[in-house]
Design a protein around this ligand. Structure first.
Ligand SMILES: [Cu+2]
Length: 136
């Protein structure tokens, strides 16, 4: 880890992701589902609609980052200090494809290959794969 990544940038920002029953493209979605953030930013998953939760996906986190598990119908907030890819899923709707991906930093992400190798339920993989393809 370099000093550049350890320092919180002065321009750290909050990124809001909504948890929705109906999104622009499909049902049961995080919007936006692909988030690009910088180290020091905070990504907030807000319960725009009910019956959703947000939690990190095991093995889709940069090394050393602790899992975050949000509660049902409550905001889940994750401060992304470490560069890399962070996978997020809605616990009740993972099998319906309700997943999100946060890329922290400009890449290349150290855990890109690991994240691409994670096995998700079919509908979750269907939405996650295009995001992983865009991620660097
Ligand atoms: Cu959900």
């Amino acid at each position: 880890m370099t000093a550049a990544f350890a320092a919180t940038p002065a321009f750290a920002k909050d990124v809001i992701v909504q948890m929705k029953n109906q999104g622009a493209a499909s049902a049961m979605v995080f919007e936006p589902s692909f988030v690009q953030a910088m180290p020091g930013d905070t990504v907030k998953f807000v319960p725009t609609d009910k019956s959703h939760s947000a939690q990190t996906i095991p093995s889709m986190l940069p090394a050393g980052v602790a899992p975050v598990i949000g509660k049902m119908n409550q905001e889940m907030s994750i401060k992304v200090d470490k560069p890399g890819l962070y996978g997020v899923a809605c616990k009740p709707h993972t099998s319906m494809g309700m997943v999100a991906l946060i890329q922290v930093g400009k890449g290349p992400s150290a855990n890109l290959a690991t994240a691409r190798a994670v096995k998700l339920p079919p509908l979750a993989a269907k939405r996650m794969n295009p995001m992983l393809a865009k991620a660097r």
